[in-house]
Design a protein around this ligand. Structure first.
Ligand code: ZN
Length: 60
């Protein structure tokens, strides 16, 4: 899904994407990205996200 001319930075087109953290908008022209937060993320339970990829520490 694309939001045309919705970029606050360059008035470009924002593409709606989704990753493991939720949905976000990304500008096709300038790379601007913005999270879409339908619900407050403060309720997010970090205790359940142990081992999420990319942020993992090796035990040592
Ligand atoms: Zn842009």
């Amino acid at each position: 899904m694309v939001l045309y001319k919705a970029c606050p930075r360059c008035q470009g087109d924002l593409n709606l994407n989704k990753d493991m953290y939720g949905e976000y908008k990304e500008c096709l022209q300038c790379g601007f990205s913005q999270d879409i937060q339908p619900k407050p993320r403060k309720a997010f339970d970090w205790a359940k996200t142990r081992g999420k990829p990319g942020r993992r520490r090796k035990a040592a």
